[in-house]
Design a protein around this ligand. Structure first.
Ligand code: FAD
Length: 412
């Protein structure tokens, strides 16, 4: 069967943008991926694949490539200020039920970015250092304007440009706020690994709604996460400040925290990367308008607490590209189907993030921390997390099934 070959511009070479390039080029389309950064952003910390996200990787034929890069994380320990584990929840490696806090598929984001790039770079045109600044559309085409002053004409523009999407800002009515905030902020970076850094993730709770996590992904590096509850304008604005100011902010909020805080703050200054963000979800009823459509975090960021950010990007790309490949000559139907098919999955994973539960896990007082840890220790002693995971029928995306995509085809 031959189909109409569309000229498709994807804004953003993240996980979603590259997964779109994978499926759309296999549908016979001419795909350009424009990334505003000068090179592939193969940075980031450890991410997990769960449920339908694992299935999406399988359908791409990349499960073995992903397996070869998995990070060995045995479980999560809740520790006291001397680093002693009060409770430990091990990963569910039984192959049955739901995954625990640790997924069976933990991978560094950069490794996944490279895996996707390796299988798309010869078929799609990647353009780096060129952001999509603006667009105009009529019923027949969309004209994108790029950050270098150039412009290009396409049949479809896909905004896979992340949580702060510029394409989304232009698509939604002026003044609309798609962010659903949970009042939590997070920063993460790498420090040199030391002998006592094990393959169990340490979680250290600090009074004042703060948390420090440590996890090690290779022989030389350890990841550090500072997380805190705060609902202030200063905290919400800090993520857009220069990195030095962000680091001062985080050091100031955690300096008195004990355990290995000083080591982590010292290591911040020389870390190869530093990422600071407010935990938000993107919730909008509008995913497309005419010949412009949103995908991944730009459309439906579920937040790191969903454990499904990466999976949702892969799943969303699978569904969107599948519908475009199925209806290349009828974009309104393709984009309406994308919304109809994917929306229940997104509602499911977004709905699983419960701000009250999150706050419960980040207590304000030492007494509440002690109660939390004693309760968790008792539950672990009774194997409650392990049994709950193994006996659960569904993983985080519920029983929603990844649809079949049309077989690869050649362009007309
Ligand atoms: C550098 C980086 C590190 C990350 N690290 C982690 C992590 O450690 N843990 C975690 O859970 N999640 C992390 N994330 C987020 C995670 O990758 C996403 O939640 C998930 O993969 C969905 O990805 P996405 O492709 O939809 O969006 P993103 O991963 O945000 O990718 C969007 C891409 O679009 C590009 N872009 C933005 N605006 C434009 C524009 N106007 N024109 C062209 N390109 C544009 C960005 O530079 C980026 O490469 C990180 C994201 C990035 C960009």
């Amino acid at each position: 069967m031959t189909i109409a070959s569309l000229r498709i511009l994807v804004a953003g070479a993240g996980i979603t943008g590259q997964a779109l390039a994978f499926w759309l080029t296999r549908g016979g389309h001419q795909v350009t991926v424009a990334e505003r950064f000068p090179a592939l952003r193969a940075t980031g910390a450890q991410v997990d694949l769960r449920g339908q996200g694992i299935e999406a990787v399988k359908r791409m034929g990349l499960l073995e490539a992903v397996r070869s890069k998995l990070v060995d994380e045995a479980g999560v320990a809740f520790i006291n200020s001397r680093g002693k584990a009060r409770a430990t929840i091990m990963a569910n490696t039984s192959g049955r039920g739901r995954q625990t806090l640790t997924s069976e598929y933990e991978i560094m984001r950069g490794d996944l970015v490279h895996i996707l790039n390796d299988v798309t770079k010869d078929d799609a045109e990647y353009v780096f250092g060129k952001g999509v600044d603006d667009f105009e559309q009529d019923p027949h085409r969309v004209v994108a304007r790029f950050s270098d002053g150039s412009s290009g004409e396409f049949d479809l523009l896909i905004g896979a440009d992340g949580q702060g999407s510029r394409i989304r800002r232009m698509l939604l009515p002026q003044g609309s706020d798609p962010y659903w905030r949970v009042g939590i902020h997070m920063a993460y970076w790498f420090v040199p690994r030391i002998a006592s850094d094990s393959i169990i993730r340490d979680t250290y709770m600090v009074a004042g709604g703060r948390q420090i996590m440590r996890r090690s992904h290779n022989a030389t590096e350890t990841q550090v996460y500072f997380v805190m509850r705060e609902e202030s304008e200063e905290a919400s604005a800090i993520h857009r400040a220069p990195v030095e100011r962000q680091q001062e902010f985080w050091a100031g909020r955690f300096r008195d925290s004990g355990w290995q805080t000083e080591r982590f703050i010292e290591g911040m200054k020389t870390s190869p990367f530093f990422y600071s963000q407010e935990i938000v979800q993107v919730r909008t009823d509008t995913w497309s308008k005419g010949r412009v459509v949103l995908a991944g975090d730009a459309a439906h960021c579920a937040s790191p607490y969903s454990g499904m950010g990466i999976s949702a990007g892969l799943v969303g790309a699978h569904v969107l590209a599948g519908e475009i490949n199925r209806h290349p000559g009828d974009l309104p139907t393709a984009l309406a189907n994308y919304d109809r098919v994917l929306r229940p999955f997104v509602n499911e994973i977004q709905g699983q993030v419960n701000p009250r539960l999150l706050r419960l896990g980040m207590p304000m007082t030492q007494r509440a921390i002690d109660v939390f840890q004693a309760t968790t220790a008792l539950a672990c002693f009774l194997h409650v997390p392990d049994l709950a995971a193994r006996l659960s029928k569904e993983d985080r995306g519920g029983n929603w099934q990844l649809p079949e995509n049309p077989a690869p085809t050649s362009a007309a």
